[in-house]
Structures are given as C-alpha cells and as structure tokens.
Design a protein around this ligand. Structure first.
Ligand code: CTP
Ligand code: MG
Length: 220
C-alpha cells in the first residue's frame, strides 16, 4: 500500500427521496451540511492519504468551502458528478493518480463512518483480495418477486446487505469502472474480481428519507 489510499466521496446525487430543496449532501445535519460529517471522518482517518469529493454539478465550490470550514486538509479536488452513481465514481477516479494503491469509495449519504472500518477493509486487500466491502446479515426473509407474485425464496444465510466504504486495488477498480451498477463491488465482481465481505456497522445507515436523517442526527 506504499503509494497511498485515496478516498472518493460520492455526494453528487439529487436526494429526491429526501425531498430537501438542496441536494442531499447539502441538507442540514445539525449545524453543517450532511457532507461535512463523512468528509471529516475520512479526513481524520490515519489510513486515508487523500480525498476527492464528487459534488452535484455547480456545487463543487460549496463542497470545497465545507472542506475548508471543517479543516479537512486531505481534500485534493471537488469535481462534478454524473447522472448515475457509477458515472460519479468515474468522475472521482479521474482525479486519482495512476500510482495510487487503493481506492476507497464512500457514499456521502452514509455519514457515520466508524474509525475501525477502514483498517478492516485494507486488511482484506493486504490478504490479496481485489476488493473488500462491509456488509450486514439480513433480518428479513427475502423473496424474488415478479408482477407481485413470488418466484422464489432466497437462502437467507447466503445473503448480506452491503454498505460503503468499499475498498479496491486501484488498478482493478479503474479497469472495472466503465460499467453501471448500484455499487462498485458489482462492477469488480462482473470483471472477475474477488471481493471479500467484512463486518459492516449499523451506524453506516444510508440517509434516504427525512426519518433517516433524524435517526442519524440522534446518533451523533
Ligand atoms: N450519487 C452520486 N451521483 C449520482 C447518484 C448518486 O454521487 N448520480 C451518490 C449520492 O450522493 C449518495 C450515494 O451515491 O451519496 C448513494 O445514492 P443515493 O442514496 O441513491 O442518493 P441520491 O441519488 O442522492 O438519492 P435519491 O436516489 O433519493 O435521489
Ligand atoms: Mg439515488
């Protein structure tokens, strides 16, 4: 890992389900925009060398101002995102130098990054995996459904719900990143990469609705 761990913080979504007048990353969490919390936590991680923020188009400058306000000194760039999460990841990756060893991709919508998670992910890469993702077991039974009718019931002991940050060998993610998927690991998997699951964390709840934002606020 000699050439550095780069974090790409994807914050370019519109936040339609949250329904704030601003993009989700700029909705208030306490006194500051939501973005401030995950950015500070990545910046404070001793394992992270540099951070690229992917902001909603025309929100790059406000994103830099947030970084300055919280004293996040590892932020190298804020770039505009794309129409999909995968396009936003590609925009962030374009700012990551070729000699970076590891890329961590994190959703700004998951503000409460616990400090012990990043080393857990990096450990899996050190074991030789192409990627590592945090995941939680499912509490509910999951069924595949078509047209409102059950097609099959899936084996719950084989299923997990994945979170971010997701860590990858930088060259592997770069090669896989051309595709579209709801997370980065699915692209690496499709390219034949081996992705290790590490224990996730309930606090990494993704802020989707106003109730999620309130829950995260109450956990702070
Ligand atoms: N994201 C992004 N660029 C996009 C879409 C999503 O950077 N074009 C980011 C979001 O900012 C978020 C993460 O990907 O941090 C997960 O996306 P999601 O929770 O779906 O956020 P939004 O797309 O903003 O919300 P919604 O789907 O309700 O509009
Ligand atoms: Mg979305």
């Amino acid at each position: 890992m000699a050439d550095g761990v780069w974090a790409v913080l994807v914050a370019a979504g519109r936040g339609e389900r949250l329904g704030d007048e601003r993009p989700k990353a700029f909705a208030r969490l306490g006194e500051l925009p939501l973005l401030a919390e995950p950015l500070r936590r990545l910046d404070e991680s001793e394992w992270v060398d540099a951070v690229v923020v992917v902001a909603p188009p025309e929100w790059e400058e406000p994103a830099i101002l947030v970084a300055e306000q919280i004293g996040a000194s590892k932020v190298i760039a804020a770039v505009p995102g794309g129409d999909s999460r995968s396009a936003s990841v590609r925009a962030g990756l374009a700012e990551v130098p070729d000699d970076a060893a590891v890329v961590l991709v994190h959703d700004a919508a998951r503000p409460l990054l616990p400090p012990d998670l990043v080393p857990r992910l990096l450990e899996a890469l050190a074991e030789g995996y192409d990627g590592a993702v945090p995941a939680l077991p499912l509490a509910d039974t999951v069924k595949r459904v078509r047209g409102g009718v059950v097609v099959e019931t899936l084996a719950r002991d084989e299923l997990v719900a994945v979170q971010t940050p997701q860590a990858f060998v930088a060259s592997v993610l770069r090669q896989a990143a051309a595709g579209e998927g709801s997370d980065c690991a699915s692209l690496v998997e499709a390219a034949g990469g081996r992705v290790k699951i590490v224990p996730g964390d309930e606090r990494l709840l993704k802020v989707t609705t106003p109730a999620d934002l309130q829950r995260v606020e109450s956990w702070l």
